[in-house]
Design a protein around this ligand. Structure first.
Ligand SMILES: [Zn+2]
Length: 446
């Protein structure tokens, strides 16, 4: 059965077009666009942004850990990580479902219509292995209606040349074979692969891991890895292997368009060139990178030289696709002391939004991120009366949104042509919020 969704304005790959309907097939993909003079289902429709990096359970950590660290007030990524481990040790499959469901509702409300869930909290709190935690994420995504690419994480070590610590045991698989067993248990959903990082996966294991995983998840499935997030990580990598992280990675695997390097904050210009040549993507998480004090990737240079970027909400401390794009742009302004870093002749908002959609579609391995035939009808519609849009026309709507807008300006959200949010309300979100509140009180009570 076809669905027809008509909007006053639609952001297409060719720019904003007036009075258009998306004709959506029963598979949730757009068959065609056609003129539509009304009645309209909404005002301004844009492609939902694929959320290319999330750890859903970390939603429960937002707002905690904002006090000086134990070591004389010097708080850092590393002290935050200890707080994250404390939370991770307590989350049950029921908690995981409740937290992930709330995070996924927040993603829909925040303009993300699909998510790559970088899932490393595998074993039960008592250490028993199994797929229950992953199943909880899958059930949450289905209930919310967000499109999911589950990225089970392979994790082995506690740092360069160090064994995993007690608090990391829930993440750890002893062997690639054990890990592939988990992949097989979860393979009724779309999977990718996520070697956690070079800190957690010795590079000499990477080749075996990728070859073995591909047999379960398929040749085309995306691969994600955290890399070069922290200066200390780069220094430790150099000390261990005599090379920087992306150089080490490229020595052990064939980097290609399936690879997505998360953060790459401290990548050198030579490493960036290597990523571009391989047609790999960089996944940036501007809000979380600011939250954790990671630093700034030279994203404007990377993109102007043809690099592909995606964005992710990562720690989920604040979930808002519009804010992610604004902070992405503003970070580069602060870094370079210049303005309009991602702007083209089309302005700023349209190319930035389209970059995030294109990169996100590649990172998730989905035909999404464009309102065009063949792509999923994953749509975010903005209010006609949204304050940032007042006084603007089609030429500047996207600039106005990226500079002055937020998730509060979103009215409706569709995934595969099905409405998942109507006038700011998602079905089931109230119950989700209540259950999340109860789980937060319990998990953070000790
Ligand atoms: Zn991450």
């Amino acid at each position: 059965m076809q669905t027809r969704l008509a909007f006053e304005y639609v952001l297409t790959p060719q720019g904003i077009v007036r009075d258009q309907a998306l004709v959506v097939g029963s598979d949730g993909r757009i068959e065609r666009l056609e003129p539509a003079n009304g009645p309209h289902d909404g005002f301004l429709a844009v492609p939902g942004i694929p959320n290319a990096h999330s750890h859903a359970f970390q939603r429960a950590l937002a707002g905690y850990g904002e006090v000086p660290g134990a070591r004389g007030g010097e708080d850092s990524f590393w002290s935050w990580r200890e707080a994250m481990y404390r939370l991770a040790s307590r989350v049950t499959p029921e908690d995981m479902f409740v937290i992930a469901r709330e995070a996924f509702f927040d993603m829909l409300r925040g303009g993300f219509t699909s998510v790559a869930e970088f899932h490393y909290l595998h074993h039960l709190p008592d250490g028993r292995p199994g797929a229950e935690m992953g199943r909880a994420v899958i059930t949450a995504a289905r209930e919310v209606g967000i499109r999911l690419r589950l990225l089970p994480v392979f994790y082995q070590a506690g740092g360069f040349g160090k064994p995993a610590r007690d608090e990391q045991q829930r993440f750890v698989h002893r062997s690639v074979e054990d890990f592939c067993g988990l992949l097989s248990e979860l393979k009724d959903v779309e999977l990718g692969l996520a070697p956690h990082s070079l800190r957690a996966v010795p590079p000499e294991v990477l080749g075996t891991l990728v070859d073995a995983a591909r047999k379960v998840i398929g040749e085309q499935a995306p691969i994600h890895i955290h890399i070069s997030e922290q200066r200390r990580e780069v220094e430790e990598c150099q000390a261990a292997y005599g090379a920087t992280p992306i150089e080490v990675l490229a020595r052990h695997v064939e980097l290609n368009a399936r690879w997505n390097l998360v953060h790459a904050t401290h990548a050198s210009p030579a490493e960036c060139a290597r990523v571009r040549e391989a047609d790999a993507s960089v996944v940036l998480c501007p809000i979380t990178e600011a939250y954790l004090g990671d630093g700034l990737f030279a994203a404007d240079e990377f993109v102007s030289q043809g690099g592909r970027i995606a964005v992710g909400s990562d720690s989920n401390c604040r979930i808002d696709a519009v804010e992610e794009l604004r902070l992405l742009e503003y970070g580069q302004r602060l870094r370079t002391e210049r303005r309009a870093r991602f702007a083209t002749r089309e302005g700023l908002g349209t190319p930035l939004w389209q970059q995030a959609c294109r990169g996100g579609g590649a990172a998730l391995g989905h035909s999404s991120g464009a309102l065009a035939p063949g792509h999923y009808a994953d749509v975010v519609a903005f209010h006609r009366g949204a304050a940032p849009l007042r006084g603007h026309d089609a030429d500047s709507f996207m600039d106005a949104l990226v500079i002055g807008g937020s998730r509060a300006d979103i009215s409706d959200v569709y995934v595969g042509g099905q409405r998942r949010m109507r006038e700011g309300v998602c079905h089931g979100a109230e119950e989700s919020a209540r259950a999340f509140g109860r789980a937060m009180l319990r998990l953070n009570s000790v």
